[in-house]
Design a protein around this ligand. Structure first.
Ligand code: IPD
Length: 303
């Protein structure tokens, strides 16, 4: 059956508000020490789940199943518990949910956490709602309708006309990256490459008076979802992560694209203009997001 994107978008927005309230309540009782402060390890010591992750996912799943019984559902916690780790994002309408992105932040009282609700059609994320309750920020996007902060401010929030990426990007950029959960340190491994990228981008030879330093800043928020939202906003120029999951990126990819930015599968390049531009899809595993700039933003229909 035909999918009514307006109906799904409005539903996702309501869901984002309700789920954000559960996160907020959980956070407050965690801070007060009067809630269930359960924290359980999953695949590794850095891959953890709280009662709040499970509560929010159960809540969202029930709402979606009742309203759209024919739609598929992929959630971080349901997936982890499934008897089979196989699933497929195909042409079917599919919800892709991270009930609590930034779980480690949440347990350490660092307020960079959110619920991420993505809706995928024909393999493309076409709706994204991200609610970060502590920050009072709700990001939302629907294909063809642009990306928004709190429903009123169109993204990116950069001044108009949107400044192009610095010619020598990543020089003068704010670069965001995540540590991910694969901490193995081997020459071809995840951590090794990340450290190398951080160091090279932050301290690349040259710079004024030979002091080095290309990027304005390197940020690691602990939430891939919020990284993408801040790319859509224009706060981060570039974000890179290898190894994150569909639910970490589904909603954020829609945000970045609707704002006029790019999400590709390129490796962090020494010069962004050299990047191989191939559209990423949920499941790509390697993501490079580039904030909206110049022509990209105009192409998105932004006024
Ligand atoms: C994780 C966070 C983290 C990223 C990981 C994600 P979670 O999600 O977004 O920043 O590096 O790849 O899995 O476990 O907090 O939902």
């Amino acid at each position: 059956p035909e999918v009514d994107l307006d109906e799904v978008y409005n539903f996702a927005l309501e869901l984002g508000q309700a789920a954000g309230k559960i996160l907020d309540d959980g956070w407050k009782s965690r801070c007060n020490g009067d809630g269930d402060n359960k924290t359980v390890e999953k695949d590794s010591a850095v891959d953890i789940v709280t009662q709040t992750d499970e509560d929010v996912e159960a809540f969202i799943k029930e709402k979606i199943t009742n309203r759209f019984p024919s739609h598929k559902f992929i959630g971080e916690e349901t997936y982890g518990k499934g008897s089979s780790k196989e699933y497929l994002i195909d042409d079917d309408p599919t919800w892709c949910i991270d009930p609590l992105d930034g779980t480690v932040n949440y347990t350490h009282i660092f307020p960079m956490f959110c619920v991420s609700i993505g809706f995928i059609l024909h393999g493309d994320p076409v709706i994204g709602v991200i609610n970060a309750p502590f920050l009072h920020q709700t990001f939302s996007a629907c294909r063809g309708k642009g990306a928004w902060l709190n429903g009123t401010q169109r993204l990116p929030l950069l001044r108009n006309p949107i400044p192009p990426m610095p010619v020598n990007a990543p020089q003068s950029c704010v670069f965001a990256c995540e540590w991910g959960k694969d901490r193995r340190d081997r020459p071809d491994g995840n951590l090794y490459r990340k450290v190398e990228s951080f160091v090279n981008m932050a301290a690349e030879v040259g710079g004024r008076e030979g002091k080095g330093g290309m990027v304005h800043g390197v940020r690691c928020l602990g939430s891939a979802t919020l990284d993408l939202a801040y790319c859509a906003m224009g706060a981060f120029d570039i974000w890179w992560e290898g190894g994150c999951w569909e639910w970490d990126v589904a909603a954020g990819m829609c945000l970045v694209r609707e704002a006029g930015g790019l999400v590709t599968t390129a490796n962090p390049p020494s010069n962004v203009s050299d990047a191989v531009i191939e559209d990423a899809r949920p499941g790509s595993r390697l993501y490079l997001a580039i904030r909206p700039a110049g022509d990209c933003a105009r192409e998105s229909g932004r006024e």
